[in-house]
Design a protein around this ligand. Sequence first.
Ligand code: HEM
Length: 229
Amino acid sequence: MPDVERVQPGDDIHVERGEISVNRYGPAARVNHWITAASLILLAVSGLALFYPSLFFLTGLFGGGQNTRALHPYFGVVLFISFFVFFLQLWRANLPTRTDVKWVSQINDVVAGREEKLPEVGKYNAGQKFIFWSMAFFILVLIVTGVMVWQAYFAPYVPIETQRIALLVHAISAVLIICVFILHVYAAIWTRGTLRAMTRGTVTGGWAFRHHRKWFRELASRRRVDPAE
Ligand code: HEM
């Protein structure tokens, strides 16, 4: 397994009002991330509304049962396309490395917040990489099984027995991706200073040094010193 932690185009260290700031996501990646987030939330709410009778009241948010059923697959197409673009930008930086194996073997230290005992990590730690790949996997399964049961266009070409299996796999994947989503949002809030990576696009030098030191070191070693700073 290679041990190359990747730095992405646009990642850079600079000084902002006397403080070290590190570029983590450009505007296009951030807009895309929030389109992805909004479409997954809309999908989850509209999907749950159709999934269980006591949640049917949620269809009111989309203008009733008929509209919810009609809109749900389109939210899915938006999610698939936006995540696909995001995937193309990020997959290399999420490839597993030897550091990840060590990080996972010290999961007790991760949960206890003993970060000083963990190996230095690159742009993403093994937990983030796990979330990335599981989201990619479940989104793929959801779009394939979703298309198979999309009554308006494709379902008439799929045998009913196959549609039943597809729906079961679709529902199980939906429940699992909602769990992954909760984990992702929890981690983004739990690790203080992370949210601004996806709002402002930058993190502080302290955040980068503390949580992603290998990435920070790599950026620092590449940096030309600007005499104006
Ligand atoms: C309201 C919900 C969400 C919040 C608050 C949120 C927040 C964040 C934040 C702060 C980051 C930057 C983390 C970092 O760079 O260390 C991030 C990255 C990311 N988010 Fe979200 N996110 C949300 C929803 C989603 C959804 C629904 C998806 C996908 C279906 C998603 C996929 C990703 C991916 C793939 C990354 C890059 C991390 C990686 O490549 O390992 N996010 N998110």
